[in-house]
Design a protein around this ligand. Structure first.
Ligand code: SF4
Length: 290
């Protein structure tokens, strides 16, 4: 497999075959994101993808799950995506699931008919980085869409038949916008009802604009207690059915449950942790694994 490193995947794709169909992220402007800063965006050709599939088949004759990388593979045009999915089926007819990262822009740029056609060819789960539901936070981190567009994008994906796994970043609004960030993020969950809702914790990555802003004092780094309070407000305001996870490497404590059924249990747990958590700022530089 000719991977162009670094390659990222969600934790739940740890045992999947990673098939890189694009290199980098076609957007690559979010101020907190350092994932693809070293890569110049390009699409892999059908020939390159087939070479990778041939090689993968020799090493892994059968796979259950396939994850399409890099940051927003859904950006490739619909005809090409359908060709890629047909090719995957030729090599791995028994694969049970094909998934990919997708940006809200990817979903907005394609028509519902195009998305349905892609869904019918086997791509079934999309991981969408929502990050925040707050218009102001989305604007400050240059996500490229506002709350209304984010909701439109997610609902379009759902209506086209995709399962959606969404991620939000605790602490992304800094101390100043913490409460708004929590409430507006819960609002987006309520308006879109994603199958999975994940809450990560902000990691300030050297080389990103947000890291630079934090170093200059232009971004107020939340404390660990702020993060826990934010998660409590987020959980307490989600009223729709979604599988909630906050067990990423970035999180202070692992939390999971089914909302709204487990809300009281999660709220009690978080309240206990808030009392125990010091008013200590998050690290101003992330040095751990990504
Ligand atoms: S967060 Fe997603 S959309 Fe934004 S730059 Fe990173 S990979 Fe691209």
């Amino acid at each position: 497999m000719r991977y162009v490193e670094p390659v990222f995947r969600p934790p739940s794709e740890a045992y999947s075959l990673i098939l890189q169909i694009t290199i980098g992220c076609s957007y690559n402007k979010c101020t907190f994101c350092g994932m693809y800063k070293t890569k110049k965006f390009r699409e892999k050709s059908l020939e390159e993808i087939e070479e990778d599939l041939k090689e993968a088949k020799l090493i892994l004759p059968r796979v259950r799950r396939i994850f399409l990388a890099d940051g927003d593979p859904l950006v490739v045009d619909t005809e090409k995506m359908i060709e890629i999915l047909k090719m995957i089926k030729r090599y791995y007819p028994d694969a049970e699931r094909i998934s990919a990262y997708a940006t809200p822009q990817n979903l907005l740029e394609k028509s519902e008919e195009e998305l349905k056609a892609i869904r019918e060819q086997g791509l079934s789960l999309l991981y969408v980085g929502v990050e925040s539901g707050s218009d102001e936070v989305l604007r400050r981190v240059k996500k490229g869409v506002n709350q209304k567009e984010m909701v439109q994008a997610l609902n379009k994906g759902k209506k086209s038949g995709f399962k959606l796994s969404t991620t939000f970043i605790l602490g992304l609004g800094g101390r100043e916008l913490s409460h708004e960030h929590a409430l507006e993020s819960a609002k987006v969950v309520n308006l879109t009802q994603p199958d999975y809702t994940a809450a990560l914790t902000l990691m300030l990555i050297p080389g990103t604009l947000l890291h630079y802003q934090a170093q200059k004092g232009e971004f107020s780094i939340p404390t660990e207690r702020d993060i826990m309070k934010e998660m409590l407000a987020f959980v307490e305001n989600i009223n729709v059915k979604t599988t909630f996870r906050s067990n990423h490497v970035s999180n202070l404590i692992p939390i999971k449950g089914e909302l709204p059924k487990d809300r009281e249990r999660l709220s009690n747990l978080l309240t206990r942790y808030i009392l125990m958590t010091p008013e200590k700022p998050l690290p101003s530089t992330w040095t751990g694994p990504f």
